[in-house]
Every structure is written in structure tokens, then in C-alpha cells.
Design a protein around this ligand. Structure first.
Ligand SMILES: [Zn+2]
Length: 404
């Protein structure tokens, strides 16, 4: 075994440490942290990180928890996990209550187990393995546990890079990959199309112009457009879907003079936000529909009260397969697991829309848990996978930051 293989063996979690990791992941699931309500979880993290021996733990003005290890002049490697979860939705469907953090059959069940408190716990315990080597790190390892990723991916990372002034050289996102590698995702834009009409009494529709009928023409045209969007060989096709309509008129006995149509548009590689907007506007003018197009914005205050307005428009991104970050992660996983990981992409959107898509920082993904279980009542992550993930997180940081 080469030097690195030996070091990786040293970074494996002992049985007792793995038990601590599982108990910690369980506590994270038991601490509700819906988006904009992450304060309790942040407090728990700060307390636990300090108790483990991390000296540099702080909470930024937006409420994200930031941990720094090492002070070398070398590269900064940032591990990202979001603290927030979506809402659990109405029962039934959950095999165990969503906040119980039940451990059964070697797995942790509950809201956020997969997306992504399991990864967060593994990052903490992976970094913990490096604590004895902190003085020897050639660069810095930063853990960024961020707020509000679910409603507005990229928002909290933008704040860390642009307002806190912490610009990493490499980013690893712990969003679930089932212990494989993700090196990209499609982009996402949310369009709101306001179709206008003219109100009249419901008994005399010929005197008005029905905004819902005009919106129906738009919806049909969008459905046809969906079949003709470009396809990238790696990320797949761009997509478009109507996800909500709201007709509005003076009353239910009146012809509606406004109909809002919401479109979820996913951008594949080569498509741009501006291009997708122009495409939609030209479809509207071709069909002669009286409508205007807006990109929706997100402006919810964080749990600390900070507001940063963001457009819901995020580019697609892909990191080259041959990039040294992908290669280092690949080698680390292969050594830890004894088998080669698959290299693919996420079906959903992540904080990478900012780190790689906008800031151009090489970004890659690796996390425990099946991505298809995210945002479902079936969320569960294998305990063994949490341990493996922690080992890989420790190993990747050692590979990039610890000299031989
Ligand atoms: Zn997530």
C-alpha cells in the first residue's frame, strides 16, 4: 500500500467514533430546521463543534455556521452542507415520525436524513479526524453549513464568498449521491407569466376578454415547446413545465382579467437564462398572447433577520471529468470503498449554481444517501454510509491539504 493508502487507513473512524457520528446525525434530524428557521440547529452545531475541539467556529450575519481548520497558505477546500430542510408534508407516508430520528435496520430515518443532515454529520466527523493534523495542513479546510438552500440555492454561498470575503479554491457539496460522484447539474429558472384580459360580467362573456383562455393557448404552446428543447449528452435535455396557474377576476361571476402562469424551466448545458427568456417571449408574441414575463425573486429574511433578494435564475454547470478535484475525489473513494465510483450528475439543483455556475470555483459532489429519497417521506440513510462518507471527507482533505 502506498503512503496515501496508509494515511487513509489512519483516518478511518474507530467504532466508538462512528457511534458518536450516528448519534449526532440522529440529533440533527430531531432538531427541526425548516428553511428560514435554522437557528436551533445552528446553535446545536456550534456547541457540538466546540465540544469536539474545533477552535474556529463562527456564525455569519446570515446565520450560516462556518468552521475553519488550518492556516496554511495553500488552497482552501470548502465542504458545503445546507442546514435547512423542506417541510415534512402531511402524514401518512412516513414510516416513522419525521422528527423522531429513528434508527432501525442499520439506517437513520426522518426528515433531512438524506437531504442532507447525514452528510453534514459526516463532514463534522470527517473533519474531526484531521484535528490532530491541523497545524500541518498546507491550506485550509472550511466547513460551511448554510441556510435557505431549499428555497433559494446559491443565496447563502454567494453571501459567504462575496460579503464574508471567503473565496475557496475547491468546493465539495455533500448533497446525496449514494457515495458516487456528481460533477454537475442543469440550471433552473422560475418564470411568472402574467396574461391579461378584460373583465366583464360573467353573464356577458362576449363583452370581455378571458385571460384564462389566452393562458390556455400559452400553456398549449409551452407543452409543444417542451419536446423541442436542446439536449446535452451528459446533462440531458432542457425541460419546461407549467407548475401553477392562478386566474384572477373581480368575482367568480366575472370574466377574469388576469391569469398568472408559473413555469419551471430547467436549462441544460449551452442554454442561458437570457436565451430561455427570449425563447418564451418570442413564443408569446408569435401566439399573439397579451402577456408579460418576469423571473420570480426570493426575498425571505434569514432566521437572523438578514434579507438578500435573489432572482430565481440559476445556470447549469459541469466540472470537467479530468479536473484534478474530480480525480482526487475519485481516487479517494476508490481507496476507501475498494471499488470505483460512478461519475454522473444530480437531477436537482444545488448550491453549485453559485459556486461553479456563477463564481467559477471548481465544484464537485459526494454524499451519503439515495438522491431519489430526497423530499419524500421515505428518507433514510444507511449508518454505514455515513461512516464511509466521513472517511472519504477526511481522506479528500488529507489528499489535497496534507503534504506527504
Ligand atoms: Zn439538498
Amino acid at each position: 500500500m502506498n503512503n496515501f493508502g496508509e494515511r487513509l487507513r489512519d483516518l478511518a473512524l474507530e467504532w466508538a467514533t462512528a457511534q458518536d457520528l450516528y448519534a449526532f446525525a440522529q440529533r440533527l434530524v430531531q432538531t427541526p430546521s425548516l428553511s428560514t428557521q435554522e437557528g436551533d440547529l445552528a446553535a446545536l452545531l456550534v456547541e457540538h463543534l466546540r465540544a469536539l475541539g474545533f477552535a474556529d467556529v463562527r456564525v455569519n450575519a446570515m446565520g450560516s455556521v462556518i468552521v475553519t481548520l488550518g492556516a496554511g497558505d495553500g488552497p482552501t477546500l470548502l465542504y458545503n452542507a445546507h442546514m435547512d430542510t423542506v417541510a415534512p408534508g402531511a402524514p401518512p407516508g412516513w414510516p416513522y415520525p419525521p422528527f423522531a430520528g429513528t434508527i432501525a435496520d442499520g439506517a437513520l430515518y426522518g426528515l433531512g436524513a438524506v437531504d442532507m443532515k447525514g452528510a453534514l454529520a459526516s463532514m463534522v466527523y470527517g473533519a474531526r479526524q484531521l484535528l490532530p493534523f491541523a497545524d500541518r495542513l498546507q491550506g485550509r479546510l472550511v466547513l460551511a453549513f448554510v441556510v435557505q438552500e431549499e428555497p433559494c440555492e446559491g443565496l447563502a454561498m454567494r453571501y459567504i464568498v462575496e460579503e464574508d470575503g471567503l473565496r475557496p479554491d475547491y468546493v465539495l457539496l455533500g448533497e446525496p449521491t449514494n457515495l458516487h460522484i456528481s460533477r454537475g447539474q442543469r440550471g433552473r429558472v422560475m418564470f411568472k407569466v402574467s396574461v391579461s384580459g378584460r373583465a366583464s360580467h360573467g353573464s356577458q362573456p362576449h363583452l370581455g376578454q378571458n385571460a384564462i383562455y389566452a393562458a390556455a393557448r400559452l400553456i398549449f404552446a409551452v407543452q409543444l415547446l417542451a419536446d423541442s428543447l436542446p439536449k446535452d449528452p451528459f446533462l440531458g435535455p432542457g425541460t419546461v413545465a407549467v407548475t401553477a396557474i392562478h386566474g384572477e377576476g373581480p368575482s367568480l361571476n366575472a370574466i377574469p382579467d388576469l391569469c398568472k402562469v408559473y413555469l419551471d424551466r430547467r436549462l441544460t448545458l449551452g442554454e442561458t437564462v437570457l436565451g430561455a427568456r427570449a425563447q418564451l417571449e418570442s413564443l408569446i408574441s408569435r401566439e399573439d398572447i397579451p402577456a408579460t414575463v418576469q423571473i420570480t425573486t426570493y426575498d425571505e429574511p434569514s432566521y437572523t433577520g438578514l434579507v438578500r433578494v435573489a432572482q430565481e435564475a440559476h445556470p447549469a454547470w459541469v466540472l470537467d471529468r479530468a479536473h484534478p478535484l474530480v480525480e482526487a475525489l475519485y481516487q479517494t473513494i476508490q481507496t476507501v470503498r475498494g471499488s470505483a465510483p460512478e461519475v454522473g450528475h444530480w437531477p436537482f439543483s444545488t448550491d453549485g449554481v453559485y459556486t461553479m455556475g456563477q463564481a467559477g470555483i471548481p465544484t464537485v459532489g459526494f454524499g451519503p444517501g439515495d438522491p431519489n429519497l430526497a423530499h419524500t417521506p421515505r428518507e433514510a440513510v444507511r449508518l454505514d454510509d455515513l461512516k464511509t462518507a466521513a472517511h472519504v471527507y477526511a481522506g479528500l482533505a488529507a489528499r489535497l491539504l496534507l503534504p506527504e
